[in-house]
Design a protein around this ligand. Sequence first.
Ligand code: NDP
Length: 248
Amino acid sequence: MTEKRVPVALVSGGSRGIGRAVVLRLAAEGHDVGFCYQSNEQAARELEKEAGEAGVRVLAVRADVTDAASVKEWIARTESELGPIDTVVCSAGITRDNPLLLMSDEEWHSVLDTNLDGVYNVCRSVIFEMMKRKSGSIINISSVAGVHGNPTQSNYSASKAGIIGFSKALAKEVGRYGIRANVVAPGFIETDMTGALTDKVKKDAAKQIPLRRFGQAEEVADLVAYLASDRAGYITGSVLQIDGGITI
Ligand code: NDP
């Protein structure tokens, strides 16, 4: 009898927030996990150790998702150390909020480069191997801002809407190869990203949420782990919102 291979997951932006929770969750569910971070070396090393306590291999590599060469190097190293990649989670993302009237070219391009080109760079680098092996699950983290738009976030909303179009097109392209591509669109989740909001903004936002609270990164990780699993074997091209009902 041949032994079943340990599944391998790749997570962009794994060092903090939602990506971090995804790394921990997938490791706990028995995946070897390779993740990248941009600058926060200490957080990445600590997570490598913590996630590894689940008894799986965890590999943190510094890589900039805006840079195709850096992404290719990260993925080649992950494949060579951990093996073929079964699940990809694109979580790396940034905000640079401003009303359009005041938005700088830098704010526009940095958000599009990280959030949308970043997803393209990662997915472009893994897709051929997945097609050859005729399996794979891709989960891209968008936002409710990408579905409904958000004032002062025209750059962010455009990047997150772009992820949705990209993922639906990809789902149609590669479904015949047994590859699924889905989108998770969170509302307000407690991470460093929303930690930057003032207390008043947070309080006002919570009042708009039927469940009256921000979500936890672990709750998003639960959904991602479900989409990565065979239990979600017939789900592709979907946009799953996890937002406490804010968009109802
Ligand atoms: P955080 O700010 O907590 O973490 C961002 C992560 O992305 C970090 O690991 C960071 O690395 C990494 N990162 C940023 N830029 C790059 C880059 N160029 N290359 C590689 N890695 C990079 O964000 P969240 O966890 O809150 O957000 C995760 C995703 O979820 C994002 O795509 C975000 O847009 C989305 N989202 C978040 C929501 C929220 O309320 N928090 C709501 C809806 C969507 P480093 O640690 O090195 O800086």
